[in-house]
Design a protein around this ligand. Sequence first.
Ligand code: EPS
Length: 346
Amino acid sequence: MLRYLTAGESHGKAIIAILEGMPAGVKIAAEKLNQELKRRQQGFGRGKRMQIENDRCQIPSGLKNGLTLGSPITLCIENKDFSIEKLSKVMCPRPGHADLAGLLKYGMSDIREVLERASARSTAATVAIGAVCKIFLAEFKLELLSRVAAIGGETKEKAMIEKIKEAMEEKDTVGGILEVVIRGAPVGLGSYAQPDRRLDARLAQAIISIPGIKAVEIGLGFGYADKFGSEAHDAIYYKKGKGYFRKTNNAGGIEGGISNGEDIIIRACMKPICTLMAPLDSVNIKTKKASKASVERSDICVVEAAGVVAESACAYVLADAFLEKFGGDSLSDIKAAYNSYLKRLR
Ligand code: EPS
């Protein structure tokens, strides 16, 4: 079983993750982790914080000579902007953020104490974990990709960029849709046997827990609502040498909570960032008087970066499901089990 915990505040010393259950014998190149962290920092519409940080991952435990030991892997990304003790109080909650609900829940008197951990800066940990999982999955030729499918209702690249520029000029923010594609997943990951073993349920949980994500769909998703069954389902064919195959993939690679061997396709909607430079109405938590929401340094659009985070979140789920199916404490044991499974399928 694979599991993890993350820790760290946005302006604390570091963002940290501990990943447990990665088998022994996987070669981890720290550079691959750093490349993924760099991808997360990019995308048109990101804010000033990304110019300050140059996220790099240290791996103080779990490796020897670059190979996993099967022991917990610690991933540590230091924050250059380590200023948590010096930052000013935040008094006017931003609509859409964790500010007000978090303040009331924890009985705090400064929103800063909420937003430090609620910040999407924590997604640096998700990406570091996902990068380790991607390296593991690549041993079995699984590959995860993402793309921006829409920004503010626009789907053409030029129009999407214009939409972000418009948001910038208007002191506004804009969200959109991202898509993750997982190639090379074998048939049989996940199970219909229990709700929490369903691969689609696990992927949806992983994606919707990314800050700012408000909806997830798999394959045709909401598009199923407009179709007859005869139009919606992916007819099954068989050819000697090729095996079973489909001509369509509306199911998005998952049927009955199990991967079916087709590409796994997931789309998610990210809301516009909630820190607005022209802020919405709010209330001062001390005086209870009407006020504009607090303004913090922030981004205009992070859909591209959220795609990288979503890939990483999916990589963790896939690696977990893969280990469940093929077991083993070392990469070589898992490869033997995987190859024997592929042989049976053939
Ligand atoms: C982020 C770091 C944050 C924000 C952003 C994402 O840094 P700071 O608060 O210092 O500007 O730029 O977080 C949010 C938009 C949010 O709502 O929490 C990062 O590393 O991705």
